[in-house]
Structure formats: C-alpha cells, structure tokens
Write a new protein. Sequence first.
Length: 221
Amino acid sequence: MRFATFLTLISLFGLTAIAHAGVPPTTNRLDGDPVADGVECIVLDSCVQCPADGIPENEDPCYDWYAIPDIWNGGCNSDPPIFQILDPTCEGSISVCGWGGTDPGGMGWRDTDWYEITLVEPSQITVCVVAEIPVNLFIIDAAAGCATTVILHEAYATVPCEPVCIQTALAAGTYWLWVGANDFYSIPCGQYLLTVDGYYPEGGPSATERTSWSTMKNQYK
Ligand SMILES: [Ca+2]
C-alpha cells in the first residue's frame, strides 16, 4: 500500500499501524464487571433497544486495547482485513446489535466495525444506526478491495442517540457498512443498533412483493 493511501485510510477510518505489547483484558461490560481500567459500565435506560431477532456483533467491547488489533471486524484497518458478513433475509430486513467507542486509555484509537453485504441485484436499501455514542455510518464500495477504499455514502450523529440513515440505490455487488465512533478520543464504549432494509437473497420476493411487504410493515410496525 502506498504511504499516501495508508495515511488516507488512517485519516478516514482511524488506527491500526501501532502494535502493542499488552494482553487485552478479558472482562467487559456485558457481564456487568468493571473493565480493566476500573470503569464501571452499567447501561440504564438506553436509547438503544436490541430487538429479539437482532444479530449480536459479538466483538468484545470496552477493554483497553480493543481496537488494536481488531481481529473480529476491523475491515481494512485489520491485517489481514477481516469483515463481519451479514446474510440477507426473505423479509429484506436485518438488525445488528453492536458496540463502539474509543480507547479508554486515551491513545487515540477507536473501534471500527465493518459489516459486509452482497447485493445479488440492483437494490434500494436503507441503512440506519442509532447509538449511545456519537457515531459515523459509511457505505463503502468493496469492489476494489482495501487498496482504493471508496466511501459512497456517509452519515454522522454528532450527539448520542441521534438516529441517522442512508437511503440509496446500489448496483449489485459487495459493500461494507462501517460503524464507529465519530472521534478518536473520549468516547466511552456504547452500544448501537444497525438496521438494513432492502437486503434480499437471490430468489427472494419480486419488486412488487417487496413493495407490498414494505407497505405492510410501515402500516403495522
Ligand atoms: Ca470492531
């Protein structure tokens, strides 16, 4: 990777190149225990409600070195790159319950979560995120891999609990949905809900059926 490209990736997505010698602590907020730096993480009355059928991100959140290395879903920020693949559904809708934030040690790193979707045909999709933290949402064209990462669409929530959405028509192909804190410092770990609508599998409902389903959902949700 050319150095300029590398710098561009760092400025866009934050992190990676610095190795660390420490061993990531294993406790996290999911079990209600204090994290390794002594911060007690208990969520009360969150604006993020994970639905029963929500897909858990399953990346350990809230430990001192969690962003380096990100061996779970760090996307192009990881070496080798690694993406969390999301499968389409016949209803065209999926929800993902994840966590994001910056390094509690104040080293200027942030957790980045890269979800991969593959559209089997041109699709109208809506991607939304609501988070307990200020959060960025990108749709990235995966066609050229990590070498020439292209952000197609972006949305920013500058305050916690502000929902942001991207509604767009995309050609068939593979895309990365990027979710992460919108700064590199002082954003404590928080949960988010990512939703994708219009993501159907091959052989899924016709365009007419999709419209009917969408209409019905809007009437009864
Ligand atoms: Ca991650």
